[in-house]
Design a protein around this ligand. Structure first.
Ligand code: AMP
Ligand code: ZN
Length: 468
């Protein structure tokens, strides 16, 4: 298995070797819960969900940690804006976070630790850094001294001299070096705070991820993930703290995903150019969103596009229609038993995924399998091999997170075309209504009613339901 490791100087993909055989310990920087997350954040969360699924498919036990930042500047600002305590803001958006990741079809992480649950441990770690000469206090704030850690800049390839020049504009005279970063922040009046050896305050975000990952996964673990914006300063500053203390490599593989952009610009809350994941989910099925993201390389940036989302929705629809067409329901519970040729296809899929998670190629292989099935149905209809290919299609699709409610979807007693026909009749009925042709409008309602299809007129249009 080859992984593009952002830490690798050669910028080459590296062979993945877990610290403990058969186990993968991974940590994904999670959300700051001051708002709903956007579809750009969803791209990152969703991709690492697939990384985890693939390792599990290969038989690894995966410990998957995603932290929740439930205290920081943005939360405090939002609590002032919404006029409720920061803890209630956090609670509200943590619930929303769980609702949204479930709706996106993400697997539950093994742990969702919250920053506020690790306050004592964070204070202890900062105190230890101070004791060992890696940190210093100035007027109630504590800073990490970048000059004290010789490898500072190794992930982002930044030099301390460059950082000195770059930071001049926002010079903080308390710091010994402009790149020194805050470990502990003194509380301003009325801000939420915790008691510490340096007075009342709160820890910085970079300390949070170090403390939580060390506590749950140990001083060294396998994979640390996020999008590229986290390389500097967040992940660089995590490495500095962790390795200053342990003297060992903090993380063996750093994986960073590309951005989801809007018109070429990073989707972000601060630029106000975002769509919330929950809003996109109102328009598009979770699997269409998944298809859209996975059909591109995870490291390249992509532009958000409703047109491509529509195409992705159609592609997913085609896969489902295909499985309906071969009556997969009638044999889905039979045990799969693959021939050498089918195992070869499985091998191609694994090769694609093991080349730094080539999900786009993996998806292409799913479609090649559908072509194979079509070939059998057309040229060798008596041969039952097509069933094994259908099993393979579903098994591999599930590794990518597709087909989660397959049985239900296949059992839906209305085909898409029937739904479209009902909607067509509703459109005709509304034209009749606009033309005040009540007779035909009512006739359509009555005829549909006889078929067990009930119409309900609402402010936003006519809704239909099955009444059987
Ligand atoms: P944040 O809440 O901003 O810390 O972001 C949570 C996660 O989403 C982090 O891993 C970020 O790197 C990632 N992220 C933020 N914006 C984007 C974007 N436009 N595209 C992809 N990932 C993003
Ligand atoms: Zn983090």
């Amino acid at each position: 298995m080859k992984i593009y490791n952002s830490l690798s100087r050669s910028r080459k993909k590296e062979e993945f070797i877990p610290i403990e055989p058969g186990k993968v310990k991974m940590y994904v920087c999670g959300p700051t819960v001051y708002n709903y997350f956007h579809i750009g954040n969803a791209r990152t969360f969703l991709f690492f969900d697939v990384v985890r699924r693939y390792f599990e498919f290969k038989g690894y036990e995966v410990i998957y940690v995603q932290n929740i930042t439930d205290i920081d500047d943005k939360l405090i600002k939002q609590s002032i804006k919404e006029k409720i305590p920061f803890s209630e803001i956090a609670e509200k958006y943590i619930k929303a976070f769980f609702d949204d990741i479930k709706a996106l079809g993400l697997k539950e992480a093994t742990f969702y630790p919250k920053a506020t649950e690790y306050m004592n441990e964070m204070i202890d770690l900062i105190a230890e850094l101070e004791k060992k000469g890696f940190a210093y206090e100035k007027n109630g704030d504590v800073y990490f001294s970048v000059n004290s850690f010789k490898d500072y800049g190794k992930l982002s390839e930044k030099k301390l001299d460059e950082l000195k020049t770059g930071a001049r504009v926002e010079a903080n005279l308390q710091k010994r070096h402009p790149a020194d970063f805050t470990l502990w922040k003194k509380a301003k009046p009325n801000e939420p705070s915790w008691q510490s050896p340096w007075g009342k305050g709160r820890p910085g975000w970079h300390t949070e991820c170090v403390v939580i990952s060390r506590k749950i996964l140990g001083e060294s673990f396998d994979i640390h993930c996020g999008a590229v914006d986290l390389i500097f300063p967040h992940h660089e500053n995590e490495i500095a703290q962790a390795e200053a203390l342990s003297g060992k490599p903090f993380v063996n593989y750093w994986m960073h995903g590309g951005f989801l952009n809007i018109s070429g610009e990073k989707m972000s809350k601060s630029l106000d150019n975002f769509f919330l994941a929950r809003d996109v989910l109102k328009k598009f099925d979770a699997e269409a969103i998944r298809f859209f993201f996975l059909s591109k390389n995870y490291r390249s940036s992509i532009d958000f596009s409703e047109d491509i989302l529509k195409e992705s929705a159609q592609a997913m629809k085609n896969l489902y229609s295909f499985l309906k067409g071969v009556n997969y329901l009638s044999f889905m519970h039979e045990k799969a038993c693959y021939s050498d040729e089918q195992l070869e296809f499985k091998g191609y899929f694994e090769d694609a995924m093991e080349n730094d998670f080539g999900t786009a190629k993996a998806i292409a292989i799913l479609f090649t399998i559908t072509q194979k099935i079509q070939w059998y149905l057309r040229y060798d209809p008596e041969n039952q091999d097509y069933k094994q290919y259908a099993h393979l299609l579903v098994e591999l699709g599930r590794v990518l997170g597709f087909f989660s409610n397959l049985e239900e979807k296949l059992k839906q007693n209305l085909s898409d075309i029937s739904e479209e026909l009902i909607e067509l009749l509703i459109r005709y009925r509304s034209i009749f209504k606009q033309e005040k042709n009540w007779k035909y409008a009512d006739q359509i309602r009555e005829d549909l009613d006889k078929l067990g299809i009930k119409l309900k007129d609402t402010k936003t249009g006519t809704e239909w339901s099955l009444d059987r």
